[in-house]
Design a protein around this ligand. Structure first.
Ligand SMILES: *[C@@H]1O[C@H](CO)[C@@H](O)[C@H](O)[C@H]1NC(C)=O
Ligand SMILES: *[C@@H]1O[C@H](CO)[C@@H](O)[C@H](O)[C@H]1NC(C)=O
Ligand SMILES: *[C@@H]1O[C@H](CO)[C@@H](O)[C@H](O)[C@H]1NC(C)=O
Ligand SMILES: *[C@@H]1O[C@H](CO)[C@@H](O)[C@H](O)[C@H]1NC(C)=O
Ligand SMILES: *[C@@H]1O[C@H](CO)[C@@H](O)[C@H](O)[C@H]1NC(C)=O
Ligand SMILES: *[C@@H]1O[C@H](CO)[C@@H](O)[C@H](O)[C@H]1NC(C)=O
Length: 420
């Protein structure tokens, strides 16, 4: 049965290959700029003291009394901040901010913080500011609208994927299109992506999905303010100020932005796909998991590398499109303790207060390690196997989607990078 299945898929890919062979042309690299006004807005604002950077305030109804949670990146020397609520009748009220540092700073001098401010009584407001003083006058401070206030009654989608952070001259066009098409096949209603920088080829791809309506791009120019590291720990290069392009800050921003808009939020990178194994899509996976674990708010899924391995690379029917073809990554590395610790998350966002890359630190409810028989993180990498062939297992889970995936990916490539 498997063999038949494979042969069938092989035939389909060969057809595509032949098709491409006769339509082989230069990749069109026409420039389309992602316009910040069209596709989103900038998600970071400097307060002017070089120590405090605000992402956004979010209404927080989950405490004993309603408050506002301001997501920020601050210097470790910052110990005092105030929320200034701008009342609609004209006055402004300052409220002391409880500074709740995020657990993971990895020794960097700047890191993610939550500023928690109680809502002032008798001050109906829509906007607020943040300042290090509760006395100076606040007319020239940047004003932020408090989001999620009031929280929408029902989520508009069931599954949102949060992607943090795209940076450098990222040009992995093929894998990005394949990941986005897989998310759609699996049930994504929205993908929220934080963009620092990417290659112009990829800008075209992002623009396409923004126009299609599935993708929300949040501009994240953090390197304008801080020296950002591509390494996870400060000790690797001590001239950097904040870790991994502020990844934990964007992940939390994405969580709060989607808290009431999406029933579930998936937190993974663009080169990863949370892939159901026993089920065909995320709705059936989550229905089953929720029945089995009704109290769970955070599901951890094991991360498996699918390295560059095998002899089928001449089958790549999109050979002239830059990037990885995930369909050629058919071998997965066997479970290994160090990989399992790099699990990725499916969460019920309303139950999560603070998240990180591989762990949600502050949550309500329980957490569950999802068995690799229910779901895995498919993580295709352009590097070869790390431990030798004996650790590789053939895995066709992704190939169940190969027919619609190839069709959908091809449609996008035809449109964006047409061959004349
Ligand atoms: C912030 O940093 C810039 C560049 O390092 C410097 O020119 C400026 O004076 C600093 N501003 C404050 C308020 O410290
Ligand atoms: C400003 O904050 C300080 C310390 O929290 C407090 O002692 C003082 O009363 C506050 N002043 C005003 C005007 O709120
Ligand atoms: C979300 O899931 C529910 C079932 O849990 C379904 O009734 C509803 O149609 C789904 N909404 C969307 C937008 O897919
Ligand atoms: C350390 O980081 C700085 C600033 O990001 C960079 O200019 C420098 O090249 C880095 N040094 C090394 C050894 O990577
Ligand atoms: C799935 O998980 C089990 C238990 O951790 C492990 O023994 C097994 O090797 C895993 N399967 C694969 C294919 O990695
Ligand atoms: C597991 O991963 C670690 C670190 O990546 C590696 O040193 C070790 O050899 C791996 N073990 C197996 C059984 O693959």
């Amino acid at each position: 049965m498997r063999r038949f299945f494979f042969t069938f898929n092989l035939l389909v890919s060969m057809l595509f290959f032949v098709f491409y062979y006769y339509h082989n042309n230069e990749l069109n690299t026409g420039k389309v700029m992602l316009n910040a006004h069209k596709t989103g807005y900038e998600a970071i604002t400097a307060l002017g003291d070089n120590r405090t950077f605000i992402l956004s305030p979010y209404y927080e109804p989950r405490g004993p009394t309603p408050s506002v949670r301001v997501l920020a990146i601050i210097h470790h020397s910052v110990t005092e901040l105030y929320c200034w609520f701008h009342c609609v009748h004209g006055s402004s009220v300052s409220v002391w901010a409880h500074i709740d540092l995020h657990k993971h700073w990895f020794e960097f001098p700047y890191g993610t913080a939550n500023l928690l401010c109680a809502e002032p009584p008798d001050c109906p407001y829509q906007y607020m500011s943040v300042h290090w003083s509760n006395t100076s006058h606040v007319t020239h401070l940047p004003r932020f609208e408090v989001r999620n206030r009031p929280p929408p009654a029902a989520p508009s989608v069931n599954f949102t994927v949060c992607i943090s952070t795209m940076y450098g001259k990222y040009n992995n066009v093929l894998q990005t299109i394949q990941s986005l098409e897989m998310y759609k096949l699996l049930g994504a209603g929205r993908v929220t992506l934080y963009l620092n920088q990417c290659h112009q080829n990829l800008e075209k791809v992002l623009q396409y999905y923004v126009e299609e309506g599935i993708l929300e791009v949040i501009h994240w120019p953090i390197n304008r303010f801080l020296r950002t590291s591509r390494e996870w720990h400060y000790s690797v290069n001590s001239s950097n100020q904040v870790g991994y392009y502020g990844q934990t800050a964007t992940l939390n921003d994405c969580l709060y932005r989607n808290m009431y808009r999406s029933k579930f939020v998936l937190l993974n990178d663009i080169d990863e796909i949370i892939l159901p194994v026993k089920y065909n899509d995320w709705p059936s996976l989550m229905e089953s998991l929720q029945q089995e674990y009704p109290e769970t708010s955070v599901f951890y899924v094991e991360n498996y590398f699918f390295p560059l391995f095998g002899d089928n690379y001449d089958l790549n029917m999109w050979g002239d499109v830059p990037g990885i073809n995930i369909l050629l990554h058919m071998y997965r590395e066997r479970a290994n303790q160090s990989m399992l610790s790099a699990r990725k998350l499916i969460v019920r966002p309303t139950k999560v207060h603070q998240t990180s890359i591989h762990n949600a630190w502050k949550t309500e409810g329980e957490f569950t390690y999802v068995s690799n028989e229910s779901a895995i993180v498919f993580h295709a990498r352009k590097t070869g196997p790390r431990f030798g062939k004996e650790f590789l297992v053939k895995d066709w889970t992704l190939w169940r989607y190969s027919v619609p995936l190839m069709q959908n990916v091809d449609k996008v490539i035809q449109q964006l990078f047409p061959r004349h």
